[in-house]
Design a protein around this ligand. Sequence first.
Ligand SMILES: CC(C)(COP(=O)(O)OP(=O)(O)OC[C@H]1O[C@@H](n2cnc3c(N)ncnc32)[C@H](O)[C@@H]1OP(=O)(O)O)[C@@H](O)C(=O)NCCC(=O)NCCS
Length: 322
Amino acid sequence: MIRYSKILGTGGYLPDEVRTNEHISETVDTSDSWIFERTGIKSRRIAAPHESAASMAETAARQTLEAANCDPNDIDLIIVATGTPEYVYPSTACLLQHRLGIKNAAAFDIQAACSGSIYALSIVDQFIKSGAAKKALVVGTEICSRIVDWTDRGTCILFGDGAGALLLGASDEAGVLSTHIHADGEFEDLLYCRNLQTATLETQEEAGFINMRGNEVFKVAVNTLGRIVDETLEANNMAQEEIDWLVPHQANIRIIMATAKKLKMSMDQVVVTLENQGNTSSASVLLAFNEAVRDGRIKRGQVVLLEAFGAGFTWGSALIKY
Ligand SMILES: CC(C)(COP(=O)(O)OP(=O)(O)OC[C@H]1O[C@@H](n2cnc3c(N)ncnc32)[C@H](O)[C@@H]1OP(=O)(O)O)[C@@H](O)C(=O)NCCC(=O)NCCS
């Protein structure tokens, strides 16, 4: 009997262009020191005009398949998390399926903003545990730079572009231990990006750009992430000390530090990538996980807590034995 979904490989992609805080300070009223002190960010990557959510997803996915030594046609499910798809439809997952030359797989996108990859991981885990899929690809891919208002200093300093991916397969060895996903639509006004295609005359001015009340988002994020940490530990009857690594969503170093403190974890056990990547929304947790696997920090058998929080609000966690 299949008991677990297990991570078989990871991958990531970051575009070449580096946009530093100094670059941003040339066009809006801000400074490197303000941005770094308040967020922990120094620079972010910006996709080139020829790149898309699907092209970045393809590079991350190919790297993942290579790491897992997996034939693309063994994949029976593809879930892509993105808030910046190239098309309303077809989904980015279908575009990725075609790019990878996969013929027989279900493919769909999910939209849960920055929590997207945790949502996708949770869905895949259910598919694999039920026997409905044997090998599944989870990708988070975002071109946030195209939905950022580069004249708004409250948001343009935060976001970046990139893609991260995981391949999961059925296993009787421990893998994903539990996932927890939640949402509360009450907070629509604090963080949103109105759809350009369906905007009306009244709403079209703000459509297509991220709108955020950062300070209020910050407070809800810290409280909510504290609660999901408790929920995850309780569900697994696990103590804080049993967690080897925290791989958090990369929105703000102060939010990450608050979650680490809650877990009584040293920052040496926390994977932080935002200094040079900013917030890559649904790609951020997967990019951070991939980085720490590839540089040898996260090792097989270790227990890793992934968590994210985003627009909706949505939030979630996954506890994994790697
Ligand atoms: C956006 C964020 C960095 C702003 O930091 P903050 O400490 O909350 O700052 P505030 O919004 O309270 O603004 C404080 C002051 O700094 C100013 N300010 C805002 N952005 C600035 C910038 N880039 N440079 C300089 N000053 C800035 C504000 O205008 C305000 O000025 P005032 O006091 O004269 O009115 C922070 O709120 C944050 O990271 N929030 C969470 C965002 C997030 O995680 N979003 C994604 C969730 S997935």
